[in-house]
Design a protein around this ligand. Sequence first.
Ligand SMILES: [Zn+2]
Ligand SMILES: [Zn+2]
Length: 352
Amino acid sequence: MKALRFYAPEDLRVEDVPEPECGPDEVKLRVRNCSTCGTDVKIFYNGHQNLSPPRTIGHEIAGEVVEVGADVQATYGGDWQVGDRAQVIAAVPCGDCHECRKGWMAVCQNQTSVGYQYDGGFAEYMIVPREVLKVDGLNRIPENVGYDEASAAEPFACAINAQELMGIEEGDTVVVFGAGPIGCMHIRIARGVHKVGPVYLVDVNAERLQMSADAVSPDETINGAEVDVVEKVMELTGGRGADVIITATAANVTQEQAIAMAARNGRISFFGGLPKNDPTITCDSNVVHYRQLHIHGANGSAPEHNKRALEYISSGQVPVKDLITERIPLDRVLDAFDIVKKGEAIKVTVEP
Ligand SMILES: [Zn+2]
Ligand SMILES: [Zn+2]
């Protein structure tokens, strides 16, 4: 079968590899969609400390069950049958550590990841590892949800996790930094689930801002390359500031702007991580203190967030179909990374 193998930074090859064999406590999938995100591009250029080459990467996965190991039902339950449609979690918690037992699986201290320690989804077939089955991380795709949409459940789950931590209230004014696919999903969740008020979308790339605005219709777009973002948000909110601010970008300045534009009792999610070699910002701590700001981190998602993402897609509360703007065969998966890097599409999915 064909698979995208990572050997070293900038050395990734689509090559023929043996079809993987399904062990007694594993499930084998025919991958139907594996979507791409900025993480794939990061891996392309930098690799990752937890990624042991050669490795098939790809972590936003949906596929069809083609084999179920003999012990799967007895060990993990789930009643999986050949022909079932399934979505796979990407971040795999251990289920046993302090954090997992507390129900904070997104910050499991022994977390592993599909596409890092286990072969991922840029391949015709893949094995769902026992570690995924152990934490109920293989999810049935609802009948009215396509494989393409289901493959977007993983990034979507990360956004759900972030917003659940923020205490968003009906009618809140929201600012989202970053007009990528995640920024679009954040806007859809904020409106569809949390029933927020006005939403403002910020980016410095005019074309990407326009493309995403056409899809998710924020109440206003703000081009950070052209105007003072903080001033603009203050003006739009009558000087009060934004209640909820989500930075879905790796730009340090957006975190500083988020603090500067927050309303009293404002809630901020530092959703996007900052560059490893430049992870600090300047924070006026008195602003946080006197305005009683709440600053939240967000680290991926837990298995339950993936389930909830599939439910929201199925119920129509949070549509994702129209956010998938590019479909690419596995042979051309490296072109997909290029499109993601240039920000020329909202969501790119690979169809092996
Ligand atoms: Zn991803
Ligand atoms: Zn754990």
